[in-house]
Design a protein around this ligand. Sequence first.
Ligand code: ZN
Length: 681
Amino acid sequence: MPNNPLLNHSDLPAFDKIKPEHVEPAIDNVLKSNRERIDQLLASNGPDYNWHNFAQPMEELGVKLARTWSPASHMNSVVNSEALRSAYNACLPKISAYSTEVGQNEALFNAYQSIAQSEEYNLLDQAQRKIIDNTLRDFRLSGIALSTDNKTRYKEIMQELSALHAKFDENLLDATKAWTRNISDESQLTGLPDSAIAMAKQTAEREQQDGWLFTLEFPSYIAIMTYADSAQLREEMYTAFVTRASDQGPCANQWDNTPIMERILTLRHEEALLLGFNNFAERSLATKMANDTQQVIDFLNDLAQHSANMGKQELDELKSFANDHHGINTLEAWDLMYFSEKLRQKKFSITQEELKPYFPETKVINGLFAVVKRLYGLKINERHDVKTWHDDVHFYDIFDKKGQLRGQFYLDLYARPNKRGGAWMDECIIRQRSNDDIETPVAYLTCNFSSPIGDQAAQFTHQEVITLFHEFGHGLHHMLTQIDYPGVSGINGVAWDAVELPSQFMENWCWEKEALALFSGHFETNEPLPDEMFEKLLAAKNFQSGMQMLRQLELSLFDFRLHLEYDPKKGPCIYQLLDQVRTQVAVVQPPSFNRFPHSFSHIFAGGYAAGYYSYKWAEVLSSDAFSLFEERGIFDNDTGIRFLSTILEQGGSREPMELFVEFRGREPQIDALLRHSGINV
Ligand code: ZN
């Protein structure tokens, strides 16, 4: 297949030549040749497997697949078409079958194990050893080292769990769809913004109904809860929403997730025991930065203790506001968001629309580059000779202080039809050394900002600027790595409670006046963001941050303790535990019919089981890392270079805690996050 551009890996992907019909043949080709190569590596090198005859070639096989798949899967996301989507979907099961096959291959496991036990292992460098260790860990976590009986049981558990996860989401989806509320009397709509009313009208028309139709889909629900003046309507909506897929509320017992949740918890516990852990929380931490379960519990309790007063004060403020201005004596659960929004509007009258003229595209992009120049000495130049998938896409080279090319990236900023929503960084090429050649890492940075109108340059909201800085942080982690082995270079092999460190870290510069002067400037006058607007922006950022913190901690503690304290003799005690956690941390006690866990997909259907704490964990890391810049100056070059060499360049080659300590001089502390959230320590 000499003419398939997806198989040419000697240069950047030829985006002008890649066609949907190239995708499936290219993947078939790589999967076939990878399979043959694995067999050959196993047959010709055993039993004396070593890094060079086995682990390194295995790394290269991974890269070959990634390099073939990356442009195809990226194009599927950003220039989607019928043909591309069907080619993409045809490949998914093939790739997944291949990964399962590799992950369950005992001969591969044995080969890696023999390297780990060989004398050579101690002569390998840290990154190489980390790859061997991670690979063995993942093999073990997939049950490969179990006895035959246990292996069979393990597979049964995994199959049942995956069906239960899907069923949990299915019930939730059905329950969400089943309930709607039609409004025929226009006076009931008071308070709602025009956009929400128009959406409800359109929904009614779609369902061939008169009037306005509200559903439990998030945008519809949240509009009612935030803006509807009718308390009765809010109560109805709230009751339906928080009882979805449960034994309570208007659709009680029709899609009750209770037995599914209990079975999931029981099976996860059994899985953990089979793999040699004491509980599923320990199993979850096997791949994370946190050392042990006690550390996570202490961490969450500590944050909760420090946020409690602030949360109570905020609730009191809300209560007196509702009382003084609206004559409300008791705040019900369905009143909270509504009065919070009224209070927010009263205190901070600033909108993202007002900020946009201060963030024209060129100013923001050049300002972002100026920030990383001051921090890390990077020089970023645009190139015009690179073929991309769309005219709006730009391409850049990153050079370091010594003038060495360190990375390259595509920047695709605007929303357009056939482009997936959201913002993300993805890997196009991963850094690796083969023979004496270094492959330069390449990233895709994708956003969905508003495109330019007419001849005027695009203008961004402050929120969009934050998003750009965030994704650029991921990009730097990927592109500035100095690790030569793909398995732990860049973001690869980084524990997921640590992977958001470089991205959230970059966001901090969006809240610093000195930095804002670099990337804000009115599109007509070039005047930087005025002080008065900046102060408002800052104050609005921390509105009710104590209450929000406590809510996240309630979810994190509930999730973690649920998996940690599971006792097979008692079975799952979901609501008992939730009550305990709420008594400890919540400032707002929801009504007794509230069945929030029945829709907590993150932990019952997604990958966040005993891992929801990761959100707060990563925030603590990024805030605490930034606090060193606050101490020494937000553009202090020495601190910048230290962050570059201890965090950004190291990828997943070492334990994240070790790297953090090397940068910060100590283990992470929560003080900076509390301070950045406006919570007094
Ligand atoms: Zn991120």
